[in-house]
Every structure is written in C-alpha cells, then in structure tokens.
Design a protein around this ligand. Structure first.
Ligand SMILES: NC(=O)c1ccc[n+]([C@@H]2O[C@H](COP(=O)([O-])OP(=O)(O)OC[C@H]3O[C@@H](n4cnc5c(N)ncnc54)[C@H](OP(=O)(O)O)[C@@H]3O)[C@@H](O)[C@H]2O)c1
Length: 314
C-alpha cells in the first residue's frame, strides 16, 4: 500500500462520494474534488479543509479535466446517473486521466456483478458493462469495486422487507443468496483500493450474504414477532413487469426509476449478479456491518457490539 498520494474524487458531493472522501482523509492522501460548475455543494461540504482542493470543471471541458487531473495518482469516480453520466461523463474523465498520466482509475460501479447478466435485463448494469469494455482497452490500471446492493437500502429504498405487514418478499426462490454491503464499508474499501498499486481488475466484497429466508428469521428474532416469506412471483414475471414500466416511462434517463429497481431484483434473485469471488480479507481484518446490524439500528435497538455475521442461508 502506498501513502501520501493525490486522489481525485469525481462525484465527491454525493452520498457515497462524501463517505469515500472521509475515508481517504483518515489516511495521508491529498484529495481533489471534481465537481461540475454550478453544482454548488462542494464548497459547502469541503470549503475550509486544507487537505481538500476543489476543482470545478464541466465534463465537456477536456482541457479543464486534464488540468484538474495533473499530478493525480488515482481517480475515483462516484458519479451517479444514467447514460449521460455513467458513459458520457466517465468516458470524458477516463480520456483526461489517460492524457494526464494518472496511474489508476476506479469507475462508479459499486454494484452487484453486472458482467454475466442477460442482455436487456438491467439498464444500469449494462451501462457499466459497456463502459468496462472501454476501460479494459485504455492504457490505465482499472479496478472496479463490486459489493452487491447497499445494505442501507433494505430499510426503505429496496422494498423487500414489508415492516408493517411483517412479510419478506422474494421472487422465484427464498434461498437465493443476496449480497449486501453498507455504504460505509464500500467507501472504506474504495479508499483502500485507491492506495493499492497491486489491486486486481475487480475487488468483490460482501458485508453480508443473506437470503429472503434468513432475513425473515432475522426480523422475527429482532422484533419478537414472526415475519413470513411472501412469494411475489418469478423473476421472469418481474422482468416482464419492468419491461412494461420502462416502456411507459417518460424520462428514459432517470437514474433509479421503479422499473430499474425491479431489474435490480431480477438480477439478484435470478442469481445472475451474485458475487462469485468475494475477498473480504484483502485489506486485513475488518468488522463488516451485517444486515442484522443495519436492521437492528433501523428498528431503534442499540447495536452493542457489531459483529461480523456471515450468515449461511437458512
Ligand atoms: N449497489 C447499490 O445498491 C447502489 C445504490 C445506490 C447507488 N449506487 C451507486 O453508487 C454510486 C454513487 O451513488 P450516490 O447515491 O452516492 O450518488 P448521488 O449522491 O446521487 O450523486 C453522486 C454525484 O454525481 C454527480 N453527478 C450528478 N449528476 C451528474 C451529471 N449529470 N454529470 C456528472 N456528474 C453528476 C454529482 O456531483 P457534482 O454535483 O459535485 O458534480 C453528485 O453529487 C453510483 O454509481 C450509484 O449507481 C449503488
């Protein structure tokens, strides 16, 4: 691992981006934040921090990007969006990074494993796969961090746990393994990858590996009331529903429309996006946040001693 390097974070004003910058600042790195002109948030978040330089540059300004990247060793992208961001903005960032002689590039993947999914089954994953082909052809060292879904989303954004109705939804199989990692654990790993000269093309992490059945058991234990499994259909049916949703949607460039959420569940419950080479120990021992910890905190219980729970499927 190296120290004292300059790392540029694009999308550093975002949810994950801010967590990544906090992790980088725990070490000795100097951090440059790349933000779009007029975005307005970077100065509020990072102004006054003498280890953070703010560079306001448009992704349509190649010379400005090269200048912001000059002297940078690792670029971390944490931008979020659909094609105009995942492909267009990151392509511009990649070209500028190559021109500026940046050594390493971490694209804004932070997802389940998009590499083997069926074409047409998940728009956001396929954008990542499309960019990956360009990254692989570029003369720069690239590492993608794959982490499954953000565990934090189980408390609301990913509507799999019906807290009021005491049900856990599943599609096709309640025993399909599902990978979850908290945003903080992802951010920690990304910051470590940024300093890792030998990082492989893909680093796979999973803070926890659960199933719908084990989540039902966890919720029953935590609340003292039984949570039951609810079959919501097959992944094939869900894929068909997402196609209809997509066809009816007015804004094709919305980042997380409901139909994209359905596609995420299709990829996870079909097993196509399951992580196959999880290596949680690459950067030494760490207490990963479990799904149980996340749910316990959400339900308002004290998490006395967070323990890493890698729960086998029930
Ligand atoms: N695995 C999962 O379950 C999961 C869940 C959620 C998100 N993610 C992924 O995690 C990554 C970060 O997501 P996030 O939720 O932290 O993102 P976010 O908070 O919505 O935004 C990240 C940043 O992207 C930049 N951005 C927004 N629109 C842009 C545009 N048109 N062009 C260029 N930059 C733009 C903004 O930075 P500036 O305004 O400073 O330029 C923004 O602060 C994304 O890849 C996202 O898909 C994964």
């Amino acid at each position: 691992m190296i120290k004292n390097i300059t790392v540029l974070v694009a999308g550093a004003t975002g949810d994950l981006g801010q967590r990544i910058v906090s992790e980088l600042l725990l070490g000795d790195s100097l951090v440059r934040v790349l933000t779009r002109p007029g975005s307005g948030k970077a100065h509020a978040v990072y102004g006054g921090n003498d280890r953070v330089e703010i560079h306001e540059v448009a992704y349509t300004d190649p010379a400005g990007l090269v200048s912001a990247l000059s002297g940078v060793e690792t670029v971390i992208s944490a931008v979020s969006g659909a094609r105009p961001v995942i492909i267009d903005a990151q392509r511009a960032l990649l070209a500028a990074a190559v021109e500026a002689g940046v050594a390493r590039f971490i694209p804004s993947d932070y997802s389940a494993d998009y590499r083997r999914i069926t074409p047409g089954s998940n728009r956001n994953f396929e954008l990542r796969r499309e960019l990956a082909a360009e990254l692989d052809a570029a003369p720069i060292r690239v590492t993608s961090v794959l982490n499954g879904a953000f565990a934090d989303m189980l408390t609301g954004q990913a509507p799999m746990i019906l807290f009021e109705r005491r049900r856990i939804l599943f599609w096709s199989s309640p025993d399909q393994i599902l990978d979850f990692t908290t945003k903080d654990d992802v951010a920690r790993t990304v910051a470590l990858v940024a300093l890792d000269e030998d990082a492989p093309r893909v680093v796979e992490i999973a803070g926890d590996r659960v199933t719908a059945r084990s989540i039902a058991r966890t919720m029953s234990e935590l609340t003292g009331t039984p949570f039951s499994l609810q079959w919501a259909g097959t992944t094939g049916l869900l894929a068909a529903a997402s196609k209809i949703g997509r066809r009816l949607s007015r804004d094709q460039d919305e980042t997380f429309p409901a139909w994209q959420g359905m596609q995420y569940f299709v990829s996870m419950f079909s097993g196509e996006a399951e992580l196959r080479h999880v290596n949680n120990d690459r950067y030494g021992p760490h207490e990963w946040n479990s799904v149980r910890n996340v749910l316990e905190a959400h339900l308002g219980f004290d998490v006395i001693a967070p323990t890493m729970v890698s729960r086998p499927p029930a």
